[in-house]
Every structure is written in C-alpha cells, then in structure tokens.
Design a protein around this ligand. Structure first.
Ligand SMILES: Cc1cc2nc3c(=O)[nH]c(=O)nc-3n(C[C@H](O)[C@H](O)[C@H](O)COP(=O)(O)O)c2cc1C
Length: 212
C-alpha cells in the first residue's frame, strides 16, 4: 500500500513535523510505501477560480502540486500533519485543499467516474491553546476535501497546549501514540480498508471527534 504524508507547517522541525516523523518511524517500509511532502518547500498557487477544470476535471495550473495530486489519486492513506493557525490551518494547506476543486468539478459537475483508490484520511494536528473547538474547521474541511475523491476521514490525533518549537519533545506519550499509529497502519490489509470508519478508528486508536 502507499501512504502520502503532507506536512503543512512552515516551521521546519517544528512540533507537527516531529509528530509526523514519529508516525513515519512506526511504519514498516516493506508493508507500506510512504512518502512525505513538506508543502512549504514547494512552489505552488492557490485555486484562482479560472474555471479551467470545468472542461475535463483537471486543474490547468501546472506547478509543484500537479505531481502531488497524481500521488493523491494513487494513495491508500492521506495523512495531514498540521498546526492550528487562527482556528484553522496554515495557508499552504488551504491552497493545497483549494486545488481539490478540480476533483470536485470532476465528481459533481462532470460526473466522471470516481478515482479508484478512495484514500483513508488521517489528521495529526496540534495547537498552542486548550480551546475545545480549535480543530473543528480542520476536520470539517478535510472531510469535504476527501469527499471530492471519494476518500474517507477515519480520525486523528489531536494535541492541545503545544506551542514553542520542539515543545512536543517534552511529551513522549504523544510521540509514542503517533509511532504506534504508524505500526498499526501497517497491520492493515487492503481488504480492511473497506471496514466502517468507526472500526478503523478504534483499531488505530484515532479520535473521530476532536473535541476532548
Ligand atoms: C500564525 C499563527 C497562528 C496561530 N493560531 C493558533 C490558534 O488559533 N490556536 C492555537 O491553539 N494555536 C495557534 N498557534 C500556535 C501553533 O499552533 C503552535 O505554536 C504549534 O505548536 C506550531 O506547530 P509547528 O511547530 O508544527 O508549526 C498559532 C501560531 C501561529 C504562528
């Protein structure tokens, strides 16, 4: 199976990247072929509402995201690791999400056949405050984004109260949780992906609901 991990923070080696790396360290490479992408290192545009995708459901912008979306269409897991910025997520991730509009057009306007992989979506998210609702926007957006490719959100690890660069290292329990998640993902067979999301979330130790 293939797993695409997208890191959304502009801060290199910050908390969300440390968390993501811990998750990736739990993966068992022969079982899963994983790839990590740091959005902040790529050159790309947000959706410019040009309508170019309305012709055949393909985004006409050609930049670093073009290749990323070809990976999105073949991945079994789409993992997003991100901090919370102003109750939502960094602009890099917003732009990445916006360009799924071409998939939305393909599915809902042009009624093209669905892509075959139907990836399972997992969030690794953290923020500085203890706010009950800080992950609400992220979860809602991610569900809609996944829907455009017939993917499915199966939960996340949501961590509050982490702010300074590297502060997550003071919480080995969170890093261990992410690593165990990686290990458990590798225990899944392709046929398991057809199981209901609650069952998958329970097996993987994920929270579907980000409210504590
Ligand atoms: C522009 C900006 C906006 C932020 N907004 C929020 C916020 O609304 N809620 C929150 O809990 N933390 C907020 N934070 C704090 C980050 O989520 C926190 O520092 C996080 O640990 C950063 O993760 P990183 O090191 O992976 O970038 C904000 C940080 C920045 C830089």
């Amino acid at each position: 199976m293939y797993l695409l991990a997208v890191h959304a923070s502009p801060r290199k080696q910050g908390n969300s990247e440390i968390l993501l790396n811990s998750f990736l360290s739990g993966l068992n490479p022969p079982k899963i072929n994983a790839e990590k992408i740091r959005l902040a290192e790529l050159k790309f545009m947000p959706c410019i509402e040009c309508g170019g995708c309305e012709k055949d459901g393909t985004c006409i912008l050609e930049d670093a995201l073009t290749e990323v979306y070809s990976k999105v269409l073949k991945t079994n897991f789409l993992v997003i690791a991100t901090p919370i910025f102003f109750y939502t997520y960094p602009s890099f991730l917003q732009a990445f999400f916006e360009r799924f509009q071409a998939f939305w057009v393909s599915k809902y306007l042009l009624k093209n056949p669905a892509p075959s992989q139907k990836p399972k979506g997992i969030l690794l998210a953290l923020g500085a405050t203890k706010g009950k609702k800080i992950f609400e926007c992220l979860v809602r957006s991610f569900k809609y984004v996944l829907d455009t490719i017939d993917g499915e959100y199966i939960g996340g690890i949501f961590i509050r109260g982490i702010d300074k660069k590297g502060e997550i290292l003071n919480h080995p329990e969170f890093l261990e949780k992410a690593k165990v998640l990686g290990q458990k993902v590798c225990l899944l067979e392709k046929k398991d992906l057809a199981k209901p999301k609650d069952e998958l979330a329970r097996f993987l130790g994920l929270n579907l609901d980000p409210v504590p």
